[in-house]
Ligand binder design. Structure first.
Ligand code: GAP
Length: 517
């Protein structure tokens, strides 16, 4: 087996992010939407490999959330909904971002992002001091003690706590004047103009609207849904009754959501059209904290089952709760742009069902036979962005390696279960009956796995192409195959090659795709 030297010492994370974006395009994962017309900002298309990877993520989520839970069912609700849905849910009144413009650069920013970035910079200084101390003290370094006693670190922590307390209070009270004052007092400058010449802060609703029916007739303003969750809430009773569901039970769905994001410069991290995988778990009021903890633990297990190191994830409990929640946490992932939200877990109380009950005039209750009483169920929500999950997976998988012989390869160490292509079938040569034999192998495997047949170029080049899209196995058919029905099976990460019988390939691939939650 070749030894591999990882040269992950990328110039910096920004560089790495650019490489991932370029790689995603070069290998048919992600294209800018309407690229031939210079693109549409924050909107992306998934190419031939991207859509396979995306479908595999969806299948992994659906299988674990719906098929593996007897009390969770899946639905597929429409994107368009009655406009009153969004009044009831609070999105018309409260689904806003606080915006501020810099008068010199004419650039627009989210005020909360400016302040959060400012706090992140202070936090980065603490992280740098901790690293310096770690190097200085070596094995004897006690990080906790250092953080609790170092004067500079403590001062910065207090500074962050003060900024955060004031900012979230003002945001919660919609005190936009104080948010502007705070930005000025902190000396936050526009990253483009470098000036502090800011406009007032104002609220901007993130929902896209359009008209239903002919505009010349009575026009009706409707919205593209900003979350899939409301499609679940308005169908709560339909599913509960037709599925004879007993509390606790869940309704899951995967679907598109739309938000007119202002800060949308981070590839597929923040898009205007994206997909969510959401599950609403209906429970008895008063049990929400217990279920909140249950789903926190279940969801982090789901992520870790993919084999990505635990250090890439962390929880971030919300200080400012959304208008519907009484507890909320984010599962953050260490993206090349830093630790950012990947999934939200929210205790939504009975906010949504009660609001829909009030606005629709229809009872949305559950008769609990054990308690012999009816109530509006409480809800725990798990909500993950499919595109963010895609970005997390591809950015962790991306690697540039220098091999022992000095050559280099770019490889995606994708979890096998998510890889777009599970096996590449490669005849060593385009003659002597090898392509025909390879086609036979392809026919054996293609019903169970997505396989790719390739006969062009030297075998080494074909291996590299498969490494670059993350194919876990390459199967090479050579002259010996014609004699004894064996092939060479090459494993992507180790590049180890073994000779095996054709009849064993199916089980080997199946074994690699196993996952334990
Ligand atoms: N139903 C609750 C809800 O929508 P959220 O925290 O606003 O909560 C849930 O969104 C998840 O959707 C986020 O954790 C993120 O993964 C994803 N998401 C939100 N806005 C997004 C955007 N503009 N682009 C891509 N993904 C987004």
């Amino acid at each position: 087996m070749l030894r591999i030297f990882y040269f992950c010492a990328m110039a910096n994370n920004e560089e790495l992010f650019k490489k991932i974006i370029a790689h995603s395009k070069e290998y048919g994962f992600i294209f800018q939407s309407s690229e031939i017309y210079d693109g549409l900002s924050a909107v992306y298309d998934y190419g031939q490999n991207g859509s396979e990877l995306k479908n595999n993520i969806k299948a992994y989520w659906w299988k674990s959330m719906v098929q593996m839970h007897e009390n969770i069912v899946g639905i597929d609700s429409a994107i368009f909904m009655h406009p009153t849905v969004w009044k009831a849910s609070g999105h018309i009144g409260a689904f806003n971002d606080p915006l501020i413009d810099n008068k010199d650069s004419k650039k627009r920013y989210r005020a909360d992002v400016l302040v959060e970035d400012f706090m992140a910079k202070i936090e980065a200084k603490n992280a740098a001091d901790i690293e310096k101390a770690r190097k200085r003290f070596g094995d004897t370094f006690d990080e906790q003690q250092f953080v609790e006693t170092n004067a500079r670190v403590l001062e910065r922590k207090n500074q962050i706590a003060e900024i955060s307390k004031r900012f979230y209070k003002s945001l919660g009270e919609n005190d936009l004047a104080d948010i502007k004052l705070q930005i000025e007092e902190l000396g936050i400058v526009c990253p483009v103009s470098g000036s502090k010449n800011w406009t007032e802060v104002r609220q901007f609703n993130l929902m896209f609207s359009t008209q239903i029916g002919s505009v010349s007739e009575e026009a009706n303003e409707i919205y593209l849904r900003p979350e899939t969750a409301q499609g679940i809430f308005v169908n709560y009773l339909n599913v509960q009754k037709t599925g004879r569901m007993k509390i606790p039970f869940g309704i899951a769905q995967i679907g598109k959501a739309f938000r007119n994001e202002i800060v949308a410069r981070q590839f597929i991290f923040r898009m205007r059209e994206f997909e969510q995988m959401e599950m609403q778990y209906f429970i008895k009021p008063g049990t929400e904290m217990e279920w909140f903890e249950y789903w926190k633990s279940a969801r982090i297990k789901w992520h870790k089952a993919l084999g990505i190191p635990a250090t890439k994830y962390r929880f971030h409990d919300h200080e400012k709760l959304a208008h519907y929640a009484n507890a909320a946490t984010d599962i953050e992932f260490d993206f090349p742009i830093g630790f950012k939200e990947l999934e939200g877990i929210h205790s939504r109380t009975d906010f949504d069902l009660s609001a829909h009950q009030e606005y629709s005039g229809k009872k949305l209750q559950y008769f609990d036979p054990e308690l012999n009483t009816s109530y509006v169920p409480y809800v725990i929500e798990t909500s993950i962005g499919l595109d963010r999950m895609f970005l997390a997976i591809i950015s962790h998988a991306f690697d540039e390696e220098t091999l022992e012989d000095g050559s280099q390869r770019v490889v995606l160490h994708l979890p096998a279960i998510l890889a777009p292509v599970k096996a590449a079938i490669l005849p060593l040569m385009k003659k002597d009956g090898l392509p025909e034999k390879a086609q036979e192998v392809m026919d054996i495997l293609k019903y169970d796995f997505n396989c790719q047949y390739e006969e062009k170029d030297a075998i080494g080049k074909r291996y590299r192409r498969q490494d670059a899209i993350g194919t876990p196995f390459c199967i090479t058919i050579d002259h010996q195959t014609l004699e004894d029905n064996t092939v060479t099976l090459r494993e992507r990460d180790s590049m180890a090659q073994v000779r095996i019988e054709i009849s064993k390939i199916n089980d080997i691939i199946k074994d690699k795709l196993k996952i334990e939650f």
